[in-house]
Design a protein around this ligand. Structure first.
Ligand code: ZN
Length: 160
């Protein structure tokens, strides 16, 4: 007997997140969110090493999931998939505050919030490698924020 399809697993995970955390994932969501497979876009270099992401396109947030997150040797189990999608949904909701620039304090703060939430809500069924990676990422973004400088105020002109 075949197991549930990848699409069904994603749907169950998202439904469970919305059901169990209505305070975080309020309905209707504050932004237009679409969830789907990643496009096999050769220009998105580097993304093949991640499970997916959440990006703002105009007024719409696309949460995308890499194929490797769902099937194959690095495929996530249901608990991990749910944890990962919780992280990305949180990013989707963060876009209600607008876009951000990469490698800025705002970017670090959003990652810290997402990883803290993920670690606070991780099920026992999440395997050690997945938890360890989240802990490592949280530490990394916390130290990046500590050493980051806020962007300089707009030019007031007149000086050198
Ligand atoms: Zn993130």
């Amino acid at each position: 007997m075949a197991g549930p399809t990848a699409g069904a697993r994603v749907l169950w995970a998202v439904r469970a997140l919305i059901r169990d955390h209505p305070d975080v994932f309020s309905q209707p969501p504050p932004v237009d969110i679409h969830i789907g497979r990643a496009d096999p876009n050769p220009h998105r270099l580097g993304a093949s090493f991640s499970y997916g992401g959440a990006e703002l396109y105009g007024t719409r947030v696309m949460v995308w999931i890499e194929r490797g997150a769902l099937v194959g040797p690095f495929g996530l189990n249901d608990a991990e998939l749910r944890s990962f999608l919780g992280h990305e949904l949180l990013h989707a909701y963060q876009y209600r505050f607008g876009p951000y620039e990469p490698s800025t304090p705002e970017f670090f703060r959003r990652e810290i919030e997402a990883y803290r939430w993920e670690l606070d809500h991780m099920s026992q069924a999440v395997r050690p490698f997945y938890r360890g990676e989240a802990e490592l990422q949280l530490e990394l973004f916390e130290s990046l924020l500590e050493t980051a400088h806020e962007p300089p105020p707009p030019e007031t002109g007149g000086g050198y």
